[in-house]
Write a protein that binds this ligand. Sequence first.
Ligand code: TEU
Length: 566
Amino acid sequence: PTTAPWWTSAVVYQVYPRSFADSNGDGVGDLDGITARLDHLERLGVDVVWLSPVYASPHADNGYDISDYQAIDPVFGTLEDFDRLLAEVHARGMKLVMDLVVNHTSDEHPWFVESRSSKDNPKRDWYWWRPPREGFEAGQPGAEPTNWGSFFSGPAWTLDEATGEYYLHLFDRKQPDLNWENPEVRQAVYAMMRWWLDRGVDGFRMDVINLISKDPDLPDGATTGVGGLGDGFPHTATRPRVHDFLREMNREVFEGRSGDYLTVGEMPGVTWEQARLFTDPARRELDMVFQFEHVWLDQGPGGKFDPKPLDLRDLKASLGRWQTALGEVGWNSLYWSNHDQPRVVSRFGDDGEYWRESATALATVLHLHRGTPYVYQGEELGMTNAPFAGVHEMQDLESLNHYREAVAAGADPEAVLRGLRAMGRDNARTPVQWDATPNAGFTTGRPWLAVNPNHTWLNAAAQYDDPHSVFNHYRRLIELRHRLPVVALGDFHMVLADHPHLYAYERRLDDTRLLVVANLSGTPQSAELDREWATADVVLANTGETPLVSPGRVDLRPWEALVFQR
Ligand code: TEU
């Protein structure tokens, strides 16, 4: 255990700066706002802060479109503000991890401005430029070099009139993909990463890092998408070269540095077989990855915006498989939510009658798995999805594009809206609810995205001194991981795998055993237990009521979660 990496017992907290805390009244969160609220994170007990992008950006995708990697966007503050935040985070014994968005830049990044200026510009090859498809005129429908659709609707190629060629963008047209085959691109990225490490940051969360290598033949994809678009995913995701690039990055950026760094790669569609390779310490690629299997389980036939109810057995089978696969070699990251996912208490819990119980039961289940847990801002308060009246109250380009495209293709607008309300990314992006005042203590101005009206009762100030609050439950879970080596390092064994409503597992390390049993439903449930557990200590519970345990049996109230130790 003494040789285990530091992050096995750490908990990471994600800050989405635009929505965290606004210090200057312009309605957008900023660096000074974060610095002023660090007491909240210290009180919660987290070890690492992951900061979503704060770099210079035109904000087509809220900062995931970067125009200068070595500048802070004025809306968030200055480099001096950043250095102060970093020093304050370190002064509290925490670490700060930056978002690294290098699959693409903004189309306003000087690299792309140069690249698009002429076919023989030295930076032309830094991006993916291709002529129109053979036999087609530039701009004609179907002239795109491949049939791939973008993640944000429409084709993944946009014509640039200046040279009559198309550039590739897997996301928005304002997010052109960098060409990682070009060694100059890679060296420029590594130099930028070294610059941030020299400044004192403690690592990187790498945005869609499994998309950086494309099949250079650029084949068409199977046509499944809207309007005859094809699926480029097999040709752009988790290609073999990604491993080479990450190993090179390690050598060029981290080798020879002493420090407790954290690297986590965001990897949509990654399989556990691939994840084991990426996170095998002997291969020197990444510490851990974000996989997507469990957040895609409630997708219906129509995809992301056509959700279906989650079958708990599917969730257990999926997360259990990852626990086993990365048990001996590699490491899991654990998350329910982030700035791209709906709020977990609304999605997998009950944001009505059993709001507090379901938020704390879900937290318990996640945090006591083997892996590094990530808490997304507001999750520790049990923040819920937002009651959007219509698309006019939404801001996210993914939602707005999808609405436009689907309605134009003849879909029922009310049905499309239902999908966006359930799954849209703006749900996670409403301002953090600090107190019951009109703008929830987030800003003195007009918030860029409306504050959820439930902040009058759902807010941090109301939870600090309430021992049964969601916040204090998260605090206890984090404390448990710090205190009990079995939480960080124990083996994982699923129990009651076929039960439709109970999520139960054991963790074992040397002589210590932990049993987690959670009722993830709104009706009472009971289960048979090994008799030994009847006399075990209950080290954590989420209802404040006496657990109903008898020899060989446990009865659980709606959304009750219990943790036994012996
Ligand atoms: O997300 C990548 C990703 O695959 C998805 O979660 C995506 O956000 C979308 O929901 C697909 O339906 C990362 C960032 O986390 C996201 O905020 C960015 O928009 C995206 O990359 C592009 O940088």
